[in-house]
Design a binder for this molecule. Structure first.
Ligand SMILES: C[S@@+](CC[C@H](N)C(=O)[O-])C[C@H]1O[C@@H](n2cnc3c(N)ncnc32)[C@H](O)[C@@H]1O
Length: 457
């Protein structure tokens, strides 16, 4: 039905580009929209982004919309300021066919990330595709060869990289001096480790402005920001962070920095700084580890699907509660011999703090005093000889209301889960500074017996 709507437009004399006739949305139009990360941008967001781009003279600009889809940005700019040159790059041939018939813009059918050009633009604006790149498990499906090409071409690639990071890198390269990049993207680049090289590149490229929009811009589970970069070395190190409230009506400045060089970007204020002051961080006292994955249990012949004498349950998130662990209910339905827990992760043999990889940025922590095996969560393994009482006290501190306030203030809804990077930086009570000063660090040794961990002195 939707398809015939566009056909009507193509063959109708009455189709008026600037009269809001065009109603097609990419994720309704394309069956495989996920594979292309193809989602249309709401008109009010497009207008907001044009406004905050802060371009004073809209005449004769070379404007690029990479991943142009139905040209949501170029159409809006064209209707307000027609005297500019518009180019779009689109990889999907079905979309290409429609837009070349409907819109008076130069359109290139190509993978933007492999598009070879020396052209430079005054403004690169749009909504790039989002998603982790891979062959089968990941949303943006590409072949092994293409993935290797991207890795070779893009210096910001790190870990499980996201296609929007590549779009940013490529666009920065094609901006003129003084040109602007204006993209709506997920906010994850602000804090995740995978984007550390991208943050460094952004800091080196020019002045950065970030407008935090939060959730619900699209009807998808993604928290978005508008990223604006002015490519000019004289603005290097400038970072301004804004929060956008009340349906785009209210823009609040959190801070403006002059020496930004690629660190993670948090919503710091005087209160969060006061809370951190003089305190050691989790990473000073603990090493942080992920739990073993399901597959590691399924492929190990020692794992039983029913309880047996001498076996203990493999625990998961449901077993973890603030300050206590439910050792009774076996939600994984998997049991392992108690003396073998160390085969899955060595640190399962020692008491440690388990922190929930929880939704909504809430911190949930408890001490695993019985040294069980886990299938989920982040494990804080002490680097120094902490007593069980001290670990319990630290877990209580992590569960406190003050800590929940701190985490929510700093990170809002940037990621759906608490990440290791966030945890590493959480402050601990000041008194634990004493361990940073002590030269002698004692390694712990435990024997894993009879449901308990016995400390060997
Ligand atoms: C999030 S949509 C945005 C479309 C439009 N600019 C808008 O804001 O409504 C991303 C678009 O990028 C296209 N795309 C995805 N991967 C691409 C690639 N590697 N090169 C060029 N276009 C791509 C998708 O087909 C889709 O049309």
């Amino acid at each position: 039905m939707k398809r015939s709507l566009s056909e009507d437009m193509i063959y109708s004399d009455k189709f008026d580009l600037c009269n809001n006739d065009f109603k097609l949305k990419l994720d309704k139009f394309l069956k495989d929209w996920k594979k292309y990360g193809a989602v249309s941008t709401p008109k009010e967001i497009v207008r907001f982004m044009i406004k905050i781009s802060d371009i004073k003279n809209w005449e004769g600009l070379n404007i690029l919309e990479p991943g142009c889809g139905f040209f949501d940005f170029s159409r809006e700019i064209y209707c307000q300021y027609p005297n500019n040159n518009f180019t779009g790059v689109e990889v999907n041939p079905e979309i290409y066919e429609i837009v070349t018939k409907l819109f008076p813009f130069r359109t290139i059918l190509a993978d933007f990330l492999l598009w070879e050009t020396t052209e430079k633009f005054d403004l690169i604006i749009g909504n790039p595709p989002y998603g982790i790149l891979g062959f089968n498990r990941y949303p943006i499906k590409i072949s092994k060869e293409i993935k290797e090409k991207y890795k070779y071409l893009y210096k910001t690639w790190k870990g499980k990289y996201n296609i929007y990071g590549l779009f940013i890198e490529k666009s920065l390269k094609h901006l003129k001096k003084g040109g602007k990049l204006v993209f709506i993207v997920p906010c994850t680049f602000m804090i995740l480790d995978e984007f550390s090289k991208l943050r460094e590149l952004l800091a080196k490229s020019g002045g950065i402005k970030i407008y935090y929009l939060g959730k619900n811009v699209f009807d998808k589970n993604v928290t978005t920001c508008v990223l604006i970069v002015t490519k000019d070395f004289q603005f290097r190190g400038n970072l301004e962070l804004y929060e956008v409230k009340d349906n785009l009506k209210n823009v609040v400045l959190w801070y403006a920095k002059k020496e930004y060089s690629g660190e993670i970007i948090k919503f710091e204020n005087e209160d969060t700084k006061k809370f951190e002051e003089g305190k050691p961080k989790i990473q000073d006292l603990f090493d942080l580890h992920f739990a073993a994955r399901s597959v590691e249990y399924y492929k190990n012949p020692k794992v039983s699907k029913e309880p047996k004498p001498g076996y203990v349950c493999v625990l998961k998130g449901n077993n973890l509660h603030p300050n206590w662990i439910d050792y009774e209910n076996c939600y994984t339905g998997l049991w392992v011999p108690k003396e073998s827990v160390g085969e899955f992760r060595w640190f399962y043999t020692i008491p440690r703090i388990v922190v929930g990889h929880t939704k909504g940025g809430k911190i949930v922590a408890a001490v695993d005093e019985k040294c069980y095996a886990w299938r989920e969560e982040i494990h804080l393994v002490p680097k120094i000889a902490l007593s069980i009482e001290e670990m319990r006290e630290i877990a209580e501190y992590l569960n406190s209301d003050k800590m929940q306030w701190y985490v929510k203030t700093l990170y809002k809804d940037i990621t759906p889960h608490t990440t290791i990077t966030q945890l590493k930086l959480l402050p601990l009570p000041e008194k634990y500074n004493k361990y940073l000063k002590s030269q002698k660090q004692i390694l712990l040794k435990y024997e894993n017996k009879n449901e308990q961990c016995i400390r060997l002195l």
